[in-house]
Structures are given as C-alpha cells and as structure tokens.
Design a protein around this ligand. Structure first.
Ligand code: COA
Length: 109
C-alpha cells in the first residue's frame, strides 16, 4: 500500500493536467485524469496516459485498470485510443448523478 505513480503536465510553467495511479502488488489503478479546460484537445491526456503505462511497464505491473462514467465519451475514447479495453461494469458506481461505471483495463504482460 501507499505506492503509486503521479504525473503532472506543465505548459509555460503552469499545470495543464495530471494523472494519478495507485499500485497494489503488480496492479495499477488510475484514480483520476484531468486536463484543464484551457488545455484540452492538444494531446496532453494522451501523453500523460502513454507515459503512465510506460512507467507501469517499467515497474513490472501486470495491468492497469480504471473506472469511467458510461456517459463520459471523451474519456472512453481517450482510454480506448491508449489501448484500454472494456472488461465489465460496476452498476450505480457513481452518485450525483447515479450512473454505471465502465471498467477498463490494459494488460502489460
Ligand atoms: C478526458 C480528458 C482528460 C481529455 O483530456 P485532453 O488532454 O483534452 O485529451 P487529448 O487531447 O489527449 O485527447 C486524446 C483523445 O481522447 C479523445 N477525446 C478527448 N477529448 C474528447 C472529446 N471532447 N470528445 C471526444 N473525444 C475526445 C479523442 O479520442 C482524442 O484523440 P483526438 O484528439 O486525436 O481525437 C479531459 O476532457 C478532462 O479533463 N475531462 C474532465 C475530467 C474527466 O472526465 N476525466 C476522466 C475521468 S475517468
């Protein structure tokens, strides 16, 4: 417990986005990815996820997994493009509003 990978993207000295990943044994779990509205659609999230999965591989993680709201098409497109595949759902995982989560995973071995 207590280990993880946390990456920050900067542009012109300002924080543009970040991704966080907790690791337990050889599993990675992405806790959040966000890019500030001013910096979106420039490939920053794609670069953050690519760097994260590269570091996860270097750290011998077997896979990285995450949950995403079913309605979050931008994020699902981002993860699919990065090599994550849907592996299941968690019913009513989110509140405000209540919504299912799609569980997505990328295998690194
Ligand atoms: C999802 C989010 C992180 C994307 O960040 P971003 O830096 O704008 O994404 P990128 O520019 O790297 O885009 C990479 C790919 O993601 C997909 N994508 C990103 N934004 C999209 C949008 N608004 N609509 C559709 N697809 C989108 C596209 O496939 C895109 O590739 P393309 O630009 O070649 O079409 C950003 O919109 C965000 O912070 N959203 C709010 C927080 C959030 O929902 N986080 C995910 C929680 S699980």
């Amino acid at each position: 417990l207590g280990k993880g990978i946390f990456l920050v993207a900067e542009q012109d000295g300002r924080t543009a986005g970040y991704v966080g990943c907790q690791t337990v044994l050889d599993e990675g779990y992405i806790t959040n990815v966000a890019v500030s509205p001013d910096h979106r659609r420039q490939g920053i999230a794609r670069a953050l996820i690519a760097e994260l999965t590269a570091k996860a591989g270097e750290n011998k993680l077997a896979f990285v997994t995450l949950e995403v709201r079913e309605s979050n098409a931008p994020a699902i497109a981002l993860y699919t493009g990065a090599g994550f595949a849907p592996v299941g759902k968690r019913r009513n995982f989110y509140s405000n509003p209540t919504e299912n989560a799609v569980l997505m995973t990328i295998s690194l071995i």
